[in-house]
Each structure stands twice: as structure tokens, then as C-alpha cells.
Design a protein. Structure first.
Length: 360
């Protein structure tokens, strides 16, 4: 796999960031309906390093990264503390530039649909097959964010009684102007090197989305090699769908707004060997636009983070975790720098994260 050969390792999609007006309210919704009830960190502070994307000024914020222990990536729920966040100036449609939807995996898509329906979640059409013939559906949270529920594998833990009908994040649907420049990042650097489909037309499974009856090109990418690294078993496999508008000019979802404003703000990968990844990105024309360089602290967690932009300005984050809280109440922390990069964490250690669960 490219990542391993170039001296860095990608363990999987760590999280998708989402900007909200009210963190507590939004996280309650995500706990109830998506099972994202285990906080990896929670932090109130200042985003001092994101100046290229926050008007050149540090911005006060609150954030929580929460995961679903059934498996998959998490959501980093993010709220400005000192300014009113802005919504997009338009309703995003397939092909607009940025993250349109977060992919959420389910063991049984039809059962997840029925559960969402019973819980009163807004559904954007019925269960339908994508171009690969796999079932899925779209749902929208009360804040306008779209989640694509898809069949998934790579499960970590069995659901508890009354657990959510879904696991965590398994990818994203995002808009690109042209496919080939985007592949230089998503395929060649991030390792999504297996083409699942490449189709053009009008698609029934997109019909319930705003603007979903317009012709687009859809390219679904997966990774051919299993992910490795400390969190790979929890994060599981991922897929990215790149969507190109064919008969209209795409708009930038975050045009004229700050990072952290309302909506999906970034796609984040868990990595080891960030310095090697920095050089690989530089050579490919994707220089780091933000780099914490030294260790940063988010609540009880610490590490190094960096950002690049894809060819259309969509933000991709890399996080190399140094320290993680396993059980806060007992002061049990794990130092990942002492572990071989490719070695998975023991299941019992990751399962112990359940002791931090926030209940409804």
C-alpha cells in the first residue's frame, strides 16, 4: 500500500467534523440516533492554529469527539463560543464542492431505516440501491446535515440492548470540479485505490436530495489493502464517493465562511508518520496549510495535527495521536508513541473506552 511504502501509515477515517450552533443539543441527537456516545476527548478552548480559515484571528470554541463502539469513525462536534456561526448561503446539492454527506454504516440497512422512521428522523427517500447495487438511504439531522446510511462491515463490538441501529462514520460523499486532480490526493496519497464504480447520469438513489435529479458523475473509491495501525480495528474500512456536477457550475459549500461554521467542516484521518506524510503531500502539490508541529492538547488527548486542501479547497485533516484517555476517572492514559506503528491496540483496551460512555 502506498501509505506504508512512503513511511507513513493511515489507520482509517478518524472522524468527520461538523459545526453546530448548540453542541449539547446536537450531541444528544447524535448519541440517541447514531450511538455516538463515547467521548474520546472534550475540550473548551481556543482554535489558535487555524488562522488561515478563521479570519486570521484565534477563535474560542467547544468541541467533543465522540465514537460508536460498534465500529467506525466518529464525529467531532464543534461550536463557536465567541461568534454566531454562519450557514451556507445556499442549499448544497450533489456536486457542490465540499462534504455533502457523511457515510454511516449499518449491519442491516432496512432495519436502520425502520428504526429512524420510528424515531422521527427526517428521511430523504426510501432505501434504494446505489450504482453498485448496494442498499442505502439518506437522512437529515435537525440542523440540516445529511447522513448516508450504507451497508458496512468491519464491526468492532456487538450492539448493546437498545443500541443504535448504526455504527460510526465509514466515509463521505464530497463534490469535486474534476476527478483526476482529486485522485492525486484521495487515491495516490490516502490509499483509496480500488474503484468500486464510475458512472454518469441521473440516479434514483439521489432523487430525494436537494438537486438530486440533475446529471452527475459518481466515483466510489475503497482501499484494496486492509488498514493497519493502533485504531484500525475500531475505525474499520472506509469509502469515499466523489461527485462531479455535469451541467452546472458547482458552488463552494464553505465559500465566504469560516472553518467551524455550520455543516461538515473537514474529513480527518488517523495517521502515524506525519512528517513523512508531510513530505509526500508537498511533493504531490498538497502542502500542509496548518501544522501544529509540536504536540497539541485536546482535553485529555494529545498529538499532532495538520491540514491540507484538496484541489477544490475541501479540508482534509491528519491526526497523529500521542496520548489517549482510556479511563478518565482512574487517570488511565495510553502513550502511543511507545508502540510499533503497525501494531493494533488490544481489543480489551479499546473496549474499555465503553467505561466513558455518556448515557441519555
Amino acid at each position: 500500500m502506498v501509505a506504508a511504502m512512503d513511511g507513513y501509515l493511515i489507520s482509517g477515517i478518524q472522524q468527520v467534523g461538523v459545526g453546530v450552533r448548540d453542541l449539547e443539543q446536537a450531541w444528544r441527537w447524535y448519541r440517541r440516533h447514531l450511538g455516538l456516545d463515547i467521548p474520546v476527548f472534550r475540550d473548551d478552548g481556543e482554535a489558535a492554529l487555524m488562522l488561515p480559515y478563521t479570519g486570521g484571528q484565534p477563535q474560542a470554541r467547544q468541541a467533543v469527539l465522540a465514537v460508536n463502539l460498534q465500529g467506525g469513525g466518529g464525529l467531532e462536534v464543534w461550536q463557536y463560543a465567541g461568534r454566531a456561526p454562519l450557514a451556507a448561503a445556499f442549499t448544497p446539492e450533489p456536486g457542490d464542492l465540499g462534504i455533502l454527506a457523511a457515510r454511516i454504516k449499518a449491519r442491516n440497512v432496512a432495519a436502520a431505516y425502520a428504526r429512524f422512521q420510528a424515531e422521527g428522523v427526517e428521511l430523504l427517500g426510501p432505501v434504494q440501491a446505489d450504482p453498485a447495487g448496494e442498499p442505502g438511504f439518506f437522512a437529515r439531522d435537525p440542523y440540516g446535515n445529511i447522513f448516508q446510511v450504507v451497508a458496512g462491515d468491519g464491526w468492532f463490538a456487538r450492539g448493546r440492548p437498545n443500541a443504535s441501529a448504526t455504527g460510526g462514520v465509514s466515509g463521505a460523499m464530497l463534490g469535486v470540479t474534476r476527478l483526476e486532480p482529486a485522485l492525486a490526493l484521495y487515491r495516490d496519497i490516502l490509499g483509496f485505490d480500488r474503484l468500486v464504480y464510475d458512472r454518469q447520469g441521473v440516479f434514483p438513489d439521489l432523487a430525494g436530495l436537494p438537486g438530486g435529479r440533475q446529471p452527475v458523475r459518481r466515483v466510489l473509491l475503497a482501499h484494496s489493502a486492509a488498514r493497519r495501525g493502533a485504531f484500525s480495528e475500531l475505525l474499520g474500512p472506509g469509502r469515499l464517493e466523489l461527485v462531479q456536477a455535469l451541467e452546472r457550475e458547482p458552488r463552494k459549500i464553505y465559500g465566504g465562511r469560516f472553518w467551524g461554521d455550520l455543516g461538515f467542516i473537514h474529513l480527518c484521518f488517523d495517521v502515524r508518520g506525519l512528517e513523512a506524510l508531510k513530505e509526500r503531500c508537498r511533493r504531490a502539490g498538497f502542502p500542509f496549510t496548518v501544522d501544529s508541529a509540536q504536540a497539541f492538547v485536546m482535553g485529555e488527548a494529545s498529538g499532532r495535527f495538520a491540514y491540507v486542501e484538496d484541489p477544490d479547497g475541501t479540508l482534509v485533516e491528519f491526526v497523529e495521536t500521542y496520548r489517549l484517555a482510556i479511563l478518565r476517572k482512574l487517570g488511565w492514559f495510553l502513550d502511543l508513541r511507545r508502540r510499533p506503528p503497525e501494531k493494533r491496540l488490544p481489543r480489551c483496551l479499546l473496549a474499555a473506552l465503553a467505561l466513558n460512555r455518556v448515557r441519555q
